[in-house]
Design a protein around this ligand. Structure first.
Ligand code: APR
Length: 311
């Protein structure tokens, strides 16, 4: 059996960390792709990590390229091609710049690796993954957006920091679009099985929810020159790992919804079973009235950006 082939479209900050994690976890051979002007970046990161692999004792072959043909036959593609935010910008403001890039990327993926499991990270997330699916015509179970794992990681980390507990013991998920209206479900959040609503006073918990919603902007404000890259890369690698290993993980992902949580015909953050069949199932459950109202606000935000996504 040959090793899986992992294609990374975009060799910038997130792309480099994806390559590093994929190598350290020995998920397969890695091809870093970028535009011709940044081919050196792709080749350089591939070579640098190849050298690291002797120290970390990982079996993986890495290469860098600006030729889409080198992605032929990829099993997994992760897309980060596009501009990150600058301080003060919303993700939605990236639509104009990043849609043209996604159009080019998606047309090439359709040509060279139409059977790959495609994970999009580029923002505005929910609209970009919609464009990816429309242009590639790939089935919805193989075209997915990375956002919920990252948003949930932010939420979990803030709770563990607040309570001084292990990061491992917080169970939570954040639903909805990858924007300021995302919906952390506090009602179902537990710390070692104990409901978080009984551990943190309501007002303070709401502050944590708000910090989660602005979690990406907080990092943009600190970095100044771009957006987060370590946790976003780890989140997408978790999805790729679940697919390649047929792990049937339950992960919050931006998935194509057909009625779940009242969402129809668009991508939205929902809990999914991820295995060899890609998105094998969306796990739907009853929301309370407050949660329904927050989901509707998030749905309307995503729908507005998707409506502006002219293909
Ligand atoms: N095809 C392929 N790659 C491209 C293209 C294109 N048409 N246009 C730009 N790129 C590359 C850039 O050359 C750059 O190397 O995409 C890479 C993006 O890297 P960074 O600028 O470092 O951005 P990063 O932090 O990795 O974020 C990428 O993910 O989280 C989102 O909002 C973020 O949309 C942004 C994306």
């Amino acid at each position: 059996m040959t090793r899986p082939k992992i294609g990374l479209v975009g060799a910038g900050q997130i792309g480099g960390n994806l390559a590093l994690l994929a190598t350290q976890k020995q998920l397969g051979d890695v091809v870093l792709f970028d535009i011709p002007q940044a081919e050196g970046l792709a080749k350089g990161k591939a070579l640098d990590i190849q050298q690291l692999s002797t120290i970390e004792r990982c079996d993986a072959t890495l290469s860098g390229t600006s030729n889409y043909q080198d992605l032929e036959g990829a099993d997994v593609i992760i897309i980060t091609a596009g501009f990150p935010r600058k301080p003060g910008m919303s993700r939605e403001e990236l639509l104009g710049k990043n849609l043209g890039i996604m159009t080019d990327v998606a047309q090439n993926l359709k040509k060279f690796c139409p059977n790959a499991f495609m994970i999009n990270i580029a923002n505005p997330l929910d609209a970009m993954v919609y464009a990816l699916k429309q242009i590639t015509s790939a089935p919805a179970n193989r075209v997915i957006g990375m956002s919920g794992i990252l948003d949930t990681a932010r939420f979990k980390s803030f709770i563990a920091m607040e309570l001084g507990t292990s990061m491992k013991d917080v169970t939570a998920f954040v639903l909805g679009g990858h924007g300021d209206d995302m919906v952390p479900i506090t009602r179902l959040t537990t710390v070692g099985g104990v409901p978080v609503e009984e551990l943190i006073p309501a007002g303070r918990l709401e502050e944590i929810v708000q910090r989660t919603r602005k979690g990406g902007a907080e990092l943009v404000g600190l970095y100044k020159t771009g957006s987060a890259y370590f946790a976003p890369a780890a989140a997408a690698i978790e999805m790729a790992e679940a697919y390649l290993g047929d792990h049937k993980r339950v992960l919050p992902c931006a998935a194509w919804c057909t009625g779940e949580f009242g969402i129809n015909g668009m991508y939205f953050g929902v809990p999914c079973i991820v295995g060899a069949g890609g998105i094998e199932k969306i796990l739907s459950f009853e929301l309370n009235d407050k949660e329904k109202a927050m989901i509707e606000t998030s749905r309307a935000s995503v729908a507005k950006t998707v409506a502006e996504t002219k293909l």
